[in-house]
Design a protein around this ligand. Structure first.
Ligand code: PLP
Length: 393
């Protein structure tokens, strides 16, 4: 008789976004005259930039002619895109061999798939609050998870302690949901810890393009990281690829654990279970790395960052504690008056018609906190912040 993977039964219902949708639906049904502003979404609102569309359209035309048609491509990604990603890192002083770069259909898939390489006996260290994918993908495989408490005292940037344990360590900077960004010295502490304990850091750099104050954008800016870290990155938030789907994962040659080079294992895994990202999408992604593409994507990032500034200026005036928003599209705030996250959610929805994300949806340490995202339009962000100021002043 067929047996299922029993670990799937351990997963908690991911009720956060469905509960938000339910409460908003009920409110709008009762108050159809009110305009609700969504400040909680993690999806982008700006379209793909012209440099991306130009490449994509040229690739579509090639696919329609026998002489330029592309069938199966290399599982690891086309050379033109791996070369472009290597160039993107080289501009920041990081030398990567294109063989270390694996093109993906986004960071989420690879963050889950990478676990194929590791024994289920490994323990996992995950900060709390956190992007829920790290937790659920490990629960699915039955690994023991240790949570690392992020809080106001450590600025939501936890560091290794004397009793810290974990063979696999997840770090996300700039962070979702908190928007907090590790400094060079803090990341060095993690790299030193990983090297000393023979642990592997899984570094999620999905929001690196939002960093503008000189904080590290890649773990490979840190001495020793090539021997202890894999980096996951995505064009989703950098260039509006949430629906187009493209990212990349970097597995340095120097990563050798248990006698095995991880790059070779990952290549074997990908060539067995993955047939690559479509040619059209990889050409679109290459558009991001052209000089026009870089200038155009920067404009969208600046657009979102202006929204974030509008939010942080408002919170500054209201005297509300927050982190993020400076090098990140997320602002993570302390609910005023010691309200719990869902009480604050209801207050914002009912009294100001603003929708945000309750912090406890990202882990226990998120209780009492709240996430706003900067991915809406300027107009909506300004209007929402004006309403917030009227409500809480
Ligand atoms: N990592 C983090 C921290 C994210 O917030 C997200 C998306 O919200 C992802 C990864 C997934 O990105 P992708 O769209 O590339 O799968």
């Amino acid at each position: 008789m067929l047996k299922i993977n029993e670990h799937y039964l351990q997963l908690k219902e991911s009720y956060l976004f469905s509960e938000i949708a339910k409460r908003v639906r009920e409110y709008t049904a009762a108050h159809p005259e009110q305009r609700v502003i969504r400040m909680g979404i993690g999806d982008v609102s700006r379209p793909l930039c012209p440099a991306v569309i130009k490449q994509m359209q040229a690739a579509v035309a090639e696919m329609g002619r026998a002489e330029t048609f592309h069938g199966y491509g290399p599982e690891q990604g086309y050379d033109f895109l791996r070369g472009a990603v290597a160039g993107y890192y080289a501009n920041r002083g990081i030398t990567l061999d294109p063989d270390e770069i694996f093109i993906s259909d986004g960071a989420k898939s690879d963050l889950g798939n990478i676990l194929d390489l590791f024994s289920r006996d490994n323990t996992v260290l995950i900060p709390d609050p956190v992007y829920p994918v790290y937790v659920d993908t490990n629960i699915m495989e039955g690994r023991t998870i240790h949570f690392l408490e992020a809080n106001q005292q450590n600025g939501f940037l936890p560091l290794p302690q004397d009793d810290t344990q974990g063979d696999l360590i997840y770090l996300c900077s700039p962070n979702n949901p908190t928007g907090a960004v590790y400094s060079r010295a803090q990341l060095q502490a993690w790299v030193d810890f990983a090297l000393a304990h023979r642990s592997l850091i899984l570094f999620d750099a999905a929001y690196e393009a939002f960093v503008s104050d000189g904080s590290p954008r890649s773990i490979y800016e840190i001495e020793g990281a090539r021997r202890c870290a894999i980096e996951f990155c995505s064009l989703s938030k950098t260039a509006g690829f949430t629906g187009t789907r493209c990212g990349y994962t970097i597995v340095p040659q120097a990563l050798v654990f248990d006698g095995a080079p991880l790059r070779r294992l990952w290549l074997r895994r990908q060539t067995t279970k993955f047939n690559g990202v479509s040619y059209v999408v990889q050409r679109a992604a290459m558009g991001v790395f052209t000089p026009e593409g870089q200038a155009q994507t920067r404009e969208s990032i600046e657009y979102y960052k202006r929204n974030a500034r509008c939010m942080t200026d408002t919170l500054d005036r209201l005297g509300i504690w927050y982190t993020g928003g400076k090098n990140s599209p997320y602002v993570w705030l302390r609910c005023p008056g010691n309200m719990d996250s869902w009480a604050f959610f209801d207050k914002l929805l009912h009294e100001a018609q603003i929708v945000g994300t309750p912090g406890e949806g990202f882990g226990q340490c998120g209780q009492g906190y709240f996430r706003f995202s900067a991915f809406s339009s300027h107009e909506d962000t300004q209007e929402a912040m004006a309403r917030l100021e009227t409500l809480l002043r």
